[in-house]
Design a protein around this ligand. Structure first.
Ligand code: S3P
Length: 184
């Protein structure tokens, strides 16, 4: 990003594990707020011209995390709407640091619900012999970081995606009101 690029800040950043519904809920939330939506995984695909599993295979997980870190930090500095991060992004310390001071929504999902949503996908981190066990172990290992990084948490099972977006809106309203009041 050039130094002259406008500095903006997301209205909200959605974090949480694979299958929590970050992209679906984030898109609805952005729509209701009348702002743009960015999914950092989609940004990575757009910028690199390659799908996520392809990057994992060709470059390895460590390189994927570097690419992800750079894309996420850039989006956090330049995007004024709703942002959804890939499930592992907050495990990179520079990303967790970059999220400080942002409104971070932890979209919480149970291992059973989340796995049911991603079991037929091509997520590289749960490829292999026992994807359900892998999913559960990864979620267990990340839950504390998600909780610590989130400004607040909302359950993905709070209803249909629109209901979950409404639950987030209700929480956001408390912090959004003073900021909006000063610009209108
Ligand atoms: C990952 C989650 C994925 C994607 C990549 C790694 C993870 O994003 O970034 O496959 O480490 O949890 P979603 O959370 O959108 O599935």
């Amino acid at each position: 990003m050039s130094p002259a690029a406008p500095q903006r800040r997301p209205v909200a950043v959605l974090i949480g594990f694979m299958g929590a519904g970050k992209s679906t809920v984030g898109r609805i939330l952005a729509d209701r707020l009348g702002v743009d939506f960015v999914d950092t995984d989609a940004e990575i695909v757009r910028i690199s011209g390659r799908e996520i599993p392809e990057i994992f295979t060709a470059e390895g997980p460590a390189r994927f995390r570097e690419i992800e870190r750079d894309v996420v930090l850039d989006v956090l500095r330049s995007h004024g709407g709703v942002v959804a991060l890939g499930g592992g992004a907050v495990m990179t310390p520079a990303v967790a640091d970059g999220l400080q001071g942002h409104r971070v929504v932890y979209l919480r999902v149970t291992a059973d619900d989340g796995f049911a949503r991603v079991r037929d996908s091509d997520r590289p981190l749960i490829a292999g012999d026992d994807p359900q066990r892998r999913y559960r172990e990864l979620l267990d290992g990340r839950h504390e970081t998600y909780t610590r990084t989130g400004t607040f948490a909302v359950d993905a099972a709070a209803g249909a995606p629109g209901d979950v977006a409404d639950a987030i809106l209700a929480e956001l309203a408390r912090t959004l009101v003073p900021e909006r009041a000063s610009t209108t």
